[in-house]
Design a binder for this molecule. Sequence first.
Ligand code: NAD
Length: 332
Amino acid sequence: MAHKVALIRGDGTGPELVAAVEKIFKAAKVEIDWVDVEAGLKCVEAGKPIVPDETIATIKEIGVGLKGPMTTPIGKGSVSPNVTLRKKLDLYACVRPVRSLPGVVTPFDNLDIVIFRENTEDLYAQIEYMATDQVAHSVKLISKFSTERISRAAFEYARANNRKKVVCVHKANIMKVGDGLFLRTFQEVAKEYPEIESWDNIVDNQCMQLVLRWKIYDMLVLPNLYGDIVSDLAAGMMGGLGVAPGANYGTNCAVFEAVHGSAPKYTGLDKVNPTALLLSGTLMLDHLGEHDARKNIEGALEATLTKGIKTYDLGGSAKLSEFTDAICSELK
Ligand code: NAD
C-alpha cells in the first residue's frame, strides 16, 4: 500500500527540487501518495497565514511530511514559516547526518557525524521586543524539559545506531544560566547511558575542533542557534549546502527537509543540486520502513556522483534536470 506523505513544495528553488525528488521516487517505484499542503510566501501573498492551520492539521493527521525550503523575509515581515512549522508540530529534534559522499572530494575524508539540534527554543522562540526605541531584547529560552528530550533522543539514537560518543556543545562559560542549564541537563541524561562516552565543548572551540579533528567526532547535541550554525559549517565540510540532508522529529510526526534555504537567486534556472533534498527523502524512506528503496536511491545517487556527473556547486556542469535523469538511469 502507498505511504501517504504531506508535501510542501516551498519557495524559490523549492518546487523544482521537490519535482526532482518526486521524479526519482517514481522511477524507483516507491509507492507514495503525495498530499500537497500549502505554506510559505504563496500563502502570505494570498492573505493567509504563512503556515495555515489546515496545513498543520493535515501533517498531524498524516504524521509524515517532506518539505522544500521556504523563504523568510530578513529583518522584517512575517515570522519564519520553518520555525512556525517546527513549533506548531513540536518537531523538537532536528537531526542532520553529515557524511562524506563518494565522488564528492573535500579536504574532510571519512566524515561521519550526526548533529542533534534542539529545534523549538533558544533564540528561535521568537520572543523579541524593543525595550526602548534604542534597545532590542531577544530572549534566549532554554528549558530543562526540552534539553532533556533532545539529549535523550540523541543518546537513544546512539544506542540504536551503534554510535559511541556524544558531545554537548554550549557556551556555558559566558551564558552560565541558560547554557549552564543545557549542559547540566545533558550531563544528567548522559549518566543513564554509561556505555556511551560523552563530554562537552564550548561552541567556538567546537568549530575549530571540527575542522582540525573531525574524525574523533561521532554525535553532537546543541541548542537551536549553535545547531543551526554548526550544521552549515558541517554542510560545507561535506561538500556544500547542496548535499546536506536533515530531518525534524516530534513525538507524533516527522518532517524531512534539506539544511539549505530556498536559494532564491537560482529559481527557475534548472541549476541547483537536488542531493540534499533527495537524501532528506531517503531518511524519510527509512522512517517509513522502506529500507530497500533507500539503498536503491542512495546507490543510484552515489553511482552518478562517482561517474563525475555533478551540478555546478560540486564543480560539475550538469543541470538539475540532467543530474536527476542520470540518477533515474542508475536505479535498479
Ligand atoms: P540558502 O541556503 O538558500 O542559500 C545559500 C547559498 O547556498 C546559495 O546562494 C547557493 O550558493 C547555495 N545553495 C543552497 N542550496 C543549494 C542547492 N540545493 N544547490 C546548490 N547550491 C545551493 O541560504 P540563504 O540565501 O541565506 O537564504 C535564502 C532563504 O532561505 C532565506 O529566506 C532563508 O530564511 C531561507 N532558509 C530556509 C531554510 C528552510 O527552509 N529550512 C533554511 C535556511 C534558510
